[in-house]
Every structure is written in C-alpha cells, then in structure tokens.
Design a protein around this ligand. Sequence first.
Ligand SMILES: [Zn+2]
Ligand SMILES: [Zn+2]
Length: 241
Amino acid sequence: MPLILSPPEVDVHVHTVASGHAFSTINEIAREAADKGLRGVGMCDHGPALPGGPHPYHFAALRFVPQNMHGVRIFKGVEANIIGPGEIDLPEQRLATLELIMAGFHEDCGYRGHSIADHTAALLLLMERRTARIITHPGNPLFPLDYEAVARKGAETGTALEINNASFSASRSGSEGNCLEIARLCARFGTPVALGSDAHIAQGVGIFDDALATLQAAGIMPEQVVNRTLASTLTFLGLTA
Ligand SMILES: [Zn+2]
Ligand SMILES: [Zn+2]
C-alpha cells in the first residue's frame, strides 16, 4: 500500500523584501503562514552575492525578528550562494548566528564552474564541510550534477536535498525530471529531504503540491522529510525551541 505523505508543517524556504526581488515582509509572510495552518517558516533570504541581495548586516539584524510571529516559528536563515568549491557567500561569523543555513547554485553570483564535474565537486565539498543543512533546488538544469553522488553524500553527511515546489512552475524550467530522479535516489539511499515553496510573495507560502507528489511518486518515507513537523524541523536543526 503506497505511503501517503502529509504536507509539511514548516515551509523552510521563503524570501522577503530583503532579497531585493521579493514582495512581502516577514510580518505578511507569518500572517499568511498562520492562516494556512503552518507552524513554521524559514526566513531564508538570498546571500549577498546575488544581485540586489541583502548586505551581510541583514543577517546580524535578524536578532530583531521575534522567534514567533502570529504563532508561527520563524527560523532565521539564509539561502546562500555557492561561489566556489565548498564555498558560500557569507563568512563564518555571520553563519554562526543563523538557525537555518541553506545553499544552492544561482546565476550571476561569481561562481565559475562550467561542467557537471565542477558543480558536483563544488557541492560535495560543501556537504563534507557540513556548512549548509539543506541544498536548495539541486535539480536546476543550469547546474547539472551527478545526482547519485550528491544523494549518497546527503545520506552520509545528514544534509537534506530540497525538492523545491517553484521548480515545477515559476522557476528553473526543465527541473521536473531531475527532481524526480533526485527524489528516487534519496528514497534509495535514505537521504534526508526538505520541501520548500521558494515563495517570493506571501501568497506562495506553504504551496508544496508538485514537490509533495514527486516525493510520493519516488517512495520517500515520511521520516525522511525533515520539515514534516515543527518538532522534526527543530530536531533536524539541533534546536530546542
Ligand atoms: Zn534559490
Ligand atoms: Zn529561493
């Protein structure tokens, strides 16, 4: 009998106006999340290398954001840019204060790799360093990877691979088949996975339908989904509240 995965309680991947090209404040996002019955959101604005992205001071100033808004746990984080082998665009001193460090490949951020071998080596080294807990949209066809090597490394290092809902519609055209392949490999190796909306406006928060269907089709076990509940998200991130 097929497993039925529930929509997650936490949307780990949301952008606010601080990203420079997104349209809602954290207050608006938290209110929308509460209305939809979510229990947490990851406030993960882009790293500073993305054109229009926040200054590094933004990440220090996250201390002013309450831990809970409208009854929703706000995970203070970043979607950092991979800028070289094992390297992302925020220094250790800034990362130390964050609760949720995600990283992914993006265009126009100074990353100079050109091939599957380059991208895979850059990502595997980052995962070995355990800097980021979640790798965002690894199915992006602009940065093809050796998916089997990445899924194995995720299982080995406890790094989650995100199945990003926006990759099926608004962003990164051509991701769909890659996402299914990645999800199948994660099912095979027991790799942790995360679901993210990648919302750039409040109305997009908590929309996971396509990504959830992909995890379901791939045979992902419920306990592999790190953000399935607020409690599982806290545990995955090593937080107590
Ligand atoms: Zn991204
Ligand atoms: Zn994003």
